[in-house]
Design a protein around this ligand. Structure first.
Ligand code: NAP
Length: 288
């Protein structure tokens, strides 16, 4: 039993992230009314059928009327425009929070728009899959995962506590982190791997030395490695553009390591290659 309670929750973007939060809170019995908003009526109808939302509005401004908590879970480049529309319609004392994968740019876009009496708590659940839309949502997505919150000096302590409790109820361990640290860590452990997976699929997929499509020969290794290249292109375009500096820095670091590896292969440095692969294996084994 928990004493945590939300009267009305508005989820803007009822996809994997927003839909899963709605389902987790519904399963925990802590929310009275869940209103969804989004772009296509098809996805919102699906969300209604799957009982992710109690009702939906095509107009996000209508969806936030009377909401105690508004969760933004659309692609990050939409946040500024959406916040500009939603914030004036939110009731005094309500909280706006988000699940966007980038935090610095999101805060720069939303904080200047905040009217008095509305709190903004920037957040990012470290959980996901390569699937999108309401059909991809499931109630246990956040269980035993982390959720990072990146409050700023303007974030009211009470609102931070409410959002912390919300993620705990959804099953996550909440970590409060400084914004720049979040964006650098995520550039390294999430955004860079996605860029590499997309690049690998394109590089191999465009190899036309043979008449056949060589991707048809791909098996476990290639498929495991590139699973995340099936992720939504709009979402990843937005992440790449809004976490540009940290991502470019990590891509340069990666290029340096790849260049060294190429050089060791070219010059037949067997021991160096062995040491490099062993070091990597030990680092990866340790995180599993
Ligand atoms: P998703 O499954 O594609 O859901 C996004 C939803 O937003 C879709 O239902 C879409 O509606 C709606 N939408 C898109 N553009 C919109 C707009 N301009 N106005 C209103 N609604 C709009 O994506 P997701 O994976 O849940 O990601 C949502 C957010 O969570 C992103 O900011 C992402 O960076 C972040 N995030 C993702 C993951 C992950 O692994 N996927 C992990 C952590 C955080 P339609 O279906 O009608 O197009």
């Amino acid at each position: 039993m928990t004493d945590f309670h939300i009267g009305r929750l508005a989820v803007i973007g009822v996809g994997l992230i927003g839909g899963s939060l709605a389902l987790a809170l519904r399963d925990a019995g802590v929310v009275d009314d869940i209103v969804g908003a989004g772009r296509s009526i098809e996805n919102l109808e699906t969300a209604l059928e799957l009982e992710i939302v109690d009702r939906y509005c095509l107009d996000p401004v209508e969806a936030v009327h009377g909401a105690d908590l508004v969760f933004l879970s659309t692609p990050v480049q939409t946040f500024g425009t959406l916040a500009g529309q939603l914030l004036p319609a939110m009731k005094p004392g309500a909280i706006l929070t988000d699940g966007g994968s980038v935090k610095g740019e999101v805060i720069r876009r939303i904080e200047p728009l905040l009217p008095p009496g509305i709190a903004f708590v920037p957040g990012h659940p470290i959980a996901g899959t390569e699937n999108s839309g309401a059909t991809a949502a499931f109630s246990t997505l956040y269980r035993d995962k982390r959720c990072i919150l990146t409050p700023t000096p303007s974030t009211p302590a009470a609102a931070l506590e409410t959002v912390r409790r919300m993620w705990q109820v959804a099953g996550s361990e909440v970590v409060v982190m400084e914004v720049e640290k979040h964006d650098r860590i995520l550039a390294a452990i999430s955004h860079l791997p996605h860029m590499i997976a997309y690049t690998l699929v394109n590089a191999v997929g465009s190899y036309d030395h043979f008449e056949e499509n060589i991707l048809e020969y791909s098996a476990g290794g290639f498929r495991d490695f590139t699973r995340i290249a099936s992720s939504d292109p709009t979402m990843w375009r937005d992440i790449a553009l809004t976490n540009r500096e940290a991502l470019l820095e990590m891509m340069e670091r990666y290029e340096k390591f790849l260049a060294e590896l190429k050089e060791d292969i070219r010059s037949g440095e067997g021991q160096k290659l062995y040491d490099f692969f062993l070091k990597s294996k030990l680092l990866r084994d340790a995180i599993l």
